[in-house]
Design a protein around this ligand. Structure first.
Ligand code: SF4
Ligand code: F3S
Length: 104
């Protein structure tokens, strides 16, 4: 599957959700995740993210993010329509190590 990673946190542009053919995005307060069992690996969401936060889990070092996507996908609500990004998305885009700011 594809996974949402660090740079989505505090940006949450949501361009990704409107293109997913199987609606497998789940939304938290300042991050969203992909349900790994529902993602069909089509890859169309990856280039849509302005923050380049979506990656295939075949990339090395993403185990932590895959686990996190799977865990939150079980408890967060489904999101299928694009919304406005978080108000400070531009300022937070590219900031390192944002995991500490994730709202569970
Ligand atoms: Fe949805 Fe395709 Fe992205 Fe998976 S890779 S989350 S199926 S758009
Ligand atoms: Fe996040 Fe990028 Fe989607 S910032 S909400 S993964 S478009």
């Amino acid at each position: 599957p594809y996974v949402v990673t660090d740079n989505c946190i505090k940006c949450k542009y949501t361009d990704c959700v409107s293109v997913c053919p199987v609606d497998c995005f789940y939304e938290g307060e300042n991050f969203l995740v992909i349900h790994p069992d529902e993602c069909i690996d089509c890859g169309v969401c990856e280039p849509e993210c302005p923050a380049e936060a979506i990656k295939p889990d075949t990339e090395p070092g993403l185990e932590k993010w895959l686990t996190l996507n799977a865990e939150y996908a079980k408890v967060w609500p489904n999101i299928t329509e694009r919304r406005d990004p978080l108000p400070e998305a531009k300022e937070w885009d590219g900031v390192a190590d944002k995991l500490q700011y994730l709202s569970p």
